[in-house]
Design a protein around this ligand. Structure first.
Ligand code: ADP
Ligand code: MG
Length: 281
């Protein structure tokens, strides 16, 4: 298998006032190149600590992380790691710097020292990729939250990373903004082959992922396809996560003796299952 990221026995400890806190515990995990992974977990489960290790912002206390085969601990290749793994954070306002959208998106490529013509191409292509090309000359602060976050993503895409790590990029957005972001990420994944690692606590955002990981207390406690992970309703509830309402409904029907398939998540598929019940199939 072709892995863009390999995590081997990684532990991360925070030390504060001589007390240590283990935020990530002996974690091993590979991320396949071109895949779309969603990481779920309640607050404090170690998601952000892990995310920041993926582009070298955090260095493992123990163990190794290889990005495209490059060890994130090696100082001389830090820039190589950062080029491959782009990070997007929760608050779009903290990530937008310039007063015009195109200047903002150009910021990263300019820092890479690229020629102006190449920068122009990258800015246009990145804005197109996130569906924001018509806002090239707009002022970021006048855009909606979802639009701002898409501009922030464009700024990262313009540096042409292999992999995007997004740490709760939808947490501050309304439902429409959240859908815009998730749709954009799937488009980038499919059309540009960018590996996506999306951290979220909205279960619905995991619906179309290739893989879902659930973190709890610094460990991965579940790993599989979305419908496989969401089968474990009790386990998810025990770690403070709500399963998607569609899944919960199907389980309730099944408990009451109806023959439904609980492997589905989307509203459309769930409706089809309920239709089968109503028609007595
Ligand atoms: P999540 O992103 O899943 O909410 P975090 O990675 O932010 O989790 O935090 C994991 C654990 O590490 C939590 O118990 C948190 O309190 C602790 N932690 C996070 N950042 C720091 C820090 N800078 N100093 C000390 N402890 C921290
Ligand atoms: Mg976090």
């Amino acid at each position: 298998m072709d892995n863009i990221i390999e995590i081997k026995n990684v532990t991360y400890e925070y030390t504060e006032d001589e007390a240590t806190h283990i935020a990530v515990k002996n974690l091993s995990l590979n991320i396949e190149r071109g895949s779309f992974t969603v990481i779920l977990g309640h607050n404090g489960s170690g998601k952000s600590t892990l995310a920041k290790m993926l582009n070298g912002l955090n260095k493992p206390t123990l163990g190794t992380i290889l990005v495209d085969g490059i060890n994130t601990l090696a100082e001389e290749t830090e820039i190589e790691v950062k080029r491959r793994v782009g990070m997007v954070f929760q608050n779009p306002d903290n990530q937008l710097i310039a007063s015009i959208v195109e200047e903002d998106v150009a910021f990263g490529p300019e820092n890479l020292g690229l020629p102006p013509k190449e920068i122009r191409q990258r800015v246009d292509s990145a804005l197109k990729a996130v569906g924001m090309e018509e806002f090239v000359s707009s002022t970021p602060h006048r855009l909606s939250g979802g639009q701002k976050q898409r501009i922030a993503i464009a700024g990262i895409i313009a540096m042409e990373p292999e992999c995007l790590v997004l740490d709760e990029p939808t947490a501050m957005l309304d439902p429409k903004g959240r859908r815009e972001i998730v749709d954009t990420l799937h488009k980038l994944n499919k059309e540009k082959g960018i590996t996506v690692i999306l951290i979220t606590h909205y279960m619905e955002e995991a619906e179309n992922a290739d893989r879902v990981l659930v973190m709890n207390d610094g460990e991965i406690i579940s790993d599989g396809k979305p419908h496989e992970v969401f089968q474990n309703v009790e386990m998810l509830k025990s770690v403070g996560l709500d399963v998607p309402q569609t899944t919960e409904l199907l389980y309730a029907l099944q408990k009451n003796g109806f023959k439904v398939n609980t492997n589905v998540i989307s509203v459309t598929d769930t409706a089809r299952e309920i239709k089968k019940v109503l028609e007595g199939v």
